[in-house]
Design a protein around this ligand. Structure first.
Ligand SMILES: [Mg+2]
Length: 253
């Protein structure tokens, strides 16, 4: 058995929030922690959650201590349980990021509802945006930020409600590859798991192995239908059960 890099989203992927249950989570935890001990497998959680919301989840669910934590949709990387974001990653995100300009432009959009302060991060500005108006508002806002103001930003819309504006060089996929190169894992020895829109970056960035859990949301399933690759596996089971299914499918365990 070889070590592999395990990168998983949390809500409705590793742990149940809205669909499924956590019945398979203890087994997955056991398999991963044993693999880490015996072979040096690395465990990474990658989530849209801020540090505050991650700590809440940690208190509610029985999850492992990861080797690295990717928070705020890829804009912050924490290594080995530290509380300080990795400066190497922050340096990659800094050039051309103008947080204040993003804030002043977005103020004009009535449809954008600012998320709580805990979710506003150094490299992320976040809003709630209702799905019904998203198809109209997002292209308009994107054009204004990118074309008119020439800002080096990216818009990530997820779960039919969360709109994140982040530096262009940042998302879950690029954060995952930063760690993959740092720890020298081949793409074939890397597996990413997700359920929703902000996870598409994990699947689309390269040819890492991918597990789409059985309860995946429409936006990710649509993307998977459009871009089917044999290194992506659509699980039948939900959440942790789907992840176990996929790890077995790829022969990683
Ligand atoms: Mg999720």
């Amino acid at each position: 058995m070889k070590p592999f890099l395990f990168v998983s989203d949390l809500d409705d992927t590793l742990v149940y929030r809205t669909v499924g249950d956590d019945n398979a989570l203890p087994e997955l935890n056991q398999l991963l922690s044993q693999h880490r001990q015996e072979y040096g497998t690395k465990i990474v959680y990658s989530t849209g959650r801020s540090p505050v919301l991650y700590k809440q989840l940690q208190a509610q669910k029985n999850i492992l201590q990861p080797d690295a934590l990717v928070l705020s949709v890829g804009t912050e990387i924490y290594l080995d349980g530290t509380d300080t974001p990795d400066s190497g990653w922050s340096e990659i995100l800094s050039p051309g990021w103008q947080r204040e300009t993003v804030l002043s432009i977005t103020q004009k959009y009535r449809e954008l509802v600012r998320q709580p302060d805990s979710e506003q991060r150094p490299f992320k500005v976040s809003f709630f945006l209702q799905q019904e108006v998203s198809a109209r508002v997002i292209p308009q806002l994107e054009a204004e930020l990118q074309k008119k103001y020439k800002l080096n930003v990216k818009l990530i819309y997820s779960s039919g409600i969360d709109l994140d504006i982040v530096p262009h060089s940042s998302d879950k996929g690029q954060a995952m590859q930063f760690l993959r190169r740092k720890w020298k894992f081949a793409a074939e020895q890397t597996v990413v798991c997700g359920d929703s829109g902000n996870d598409i970056a994990l699947f689309a960035v390269g040819n890492e192995r991918g597990i789409i859990v059985g309860n995946a949301r429409k936006e990710l399933l649509q993307w998977h239908n459009e871009y089917p690759f044999d290194y992506h596996y659509l699980a039948k089971s939900f959440c942790a059960g789907g992840i176990i299914e996929g790890l077995n499918y790829f022969g990683l365990l």
